[in-house]
Design a protein around this ligand. Structure first.
Ligand SMILES: [Zn+2]
Length: 340
């Protein structure tokens, strides 16, 4: 059952962790743990370094780690999701301390795990306590924090696809929820500069918009308001390349391409993404994503997109109704690479 989380934010707010009662187990990685220690030397009962999200690994962690009263996730999506897995299995108190806001994992009830190298979602635990430490988050690479805005900007393309599915397929469409989603998009627009500069206001905006998005999606039992054909681009590119990228970069590429296919305010969307600092060319070059996507890979992604959408049958979208012609692909790639 969804319950709104208690989110506390501020500079150095992770200092609260020191006063927790009982046995504390932390799931983290070297970099975020080093940052936290630099800010606040602290020795909890057990610190577990997260290496990967393989379901078998999580299962063995859960049985082999010492007993605890509180599980704390310190880091990005994998650290938060590992903490969620442990707290879900053990039924204990959980606190999440995101040190980067590139994904919405600190707000969602599901846990992204890997089985045979494919993403699968397991579990059901709504985070109740979240500490948003501005000092910690501002130490992460700015482009990765900005990437978090992509899963909110995706409302623009997702709403188009959702309405299309309602009109042509009779899928449940809730105009009042679409309005709530549109308000989130407008709020992001108003705060684009703060998001770009990763200011405290920008950080709080992203986290609050995630919270709102997660809440109205939970209310209707679908992520349709924020997940449409732009996510098909993201999933297909990972499927084709068998590599991982920054999720927000892929979604931004999806927004770039699908606003063209939808003929849905493409120029506005590109300007919006520029103001947010979203990297729709998927350039790579950061610590967790060194390769980036090539022009050939993006071309292949478009060539195979219709097939991918039909085979995976994830959701009905513009991809099912419009022709993705060689001319469309050529012009889209030219637009993607040739603009300054
Ligand atoms: Zn997403």
């Amino acid at each position: 059952m969804y319950a709104p989380p208690n989110i506390e934010s501020g500079p150095g707010i992770a200092g609260r962790l020191k006063d927790l009662p009982g046995r504390v187990l932390v799931a983290t990685m070297e970099i975020p743990w080093g940052l936290l220690q630099g800010q606040m030397p602290w020795r909890p009962h057990h610190v577990q370094m997260v290496t990967d999200m393989d379901l078998t690994r999580l299962e063995s962690l859960e049985t082999s780690l010492p007993l605890c009263d509180i599980v704390i996730g310190v880091g990005g999506g994998s650290c938060c999701d590992t903490a969620k897995y442990l707290a879900w299995k053990r039924g204990c108190r959980m606190i999440l301390v995101p040190t980067i806001i590139s994904v919405d994992a600190p707000l969602t009830n599901m846990i992204a795990v890997r089985v045979d190298n494919a993403v699968r979602y397991v579990g059901d635990i709504w985070p109740k306590e979240i500490l948003v430490d501005h000092d910690l988050i501002r130490k992460a690479p700015a482009e990765l924090n900005r990437a978090g805005a992509a899963d909110i900007a995706s409302i623009h393309t997702a709403l188009y696809d959702w309405k299309l599915a309602g009109d042509l397929r009779g899928e449940a469409y809730h105009p009042e929820v679409a309005d709530l989603a549109r308000e989130c998009l407008e709020e992001l627009d108003r705060n684009a500069e703060e998001v770009f500069n990763v200011t405290p206001k920008g950080i709080d905006t992203i986290v609050d918009l995630y919270r709102r998005e997660v809440e109205f999606c939970a209310g209707i039992g679908t992520s349709r308001p924020e997940e449409g054909s732009e996510h098909l681009i993201a999933y297909n590119l990972e499927h084709i390349t068998r590599r991982h990228f920054v999720h927000g970069d892929l979604v931004a590429l999806g927004i770039f391409l699908m606003t063209r296919l939808q003929q849905n305010r493409h120029e506005w969307a590109v300007d919006f993404m520029n103001r947010l600092g979203l990297r729709y060319r998927v350039p790579g070059g950061t610590k967790i994503d060194t390769a980036g996507a090539t022009r050939d890979e993006i071309e292949q992604c478009l060539v195979t997109l219709k097939d991918f959408a039909q085979k995976t049958n994830l959701f009905f979208s513009v991809v099912d109704v419009r022709d993705i012609s060689p001319a469309f692909i050529r012009e889209s790639l030219a637009a993607l690479y040739d603009r300054s």
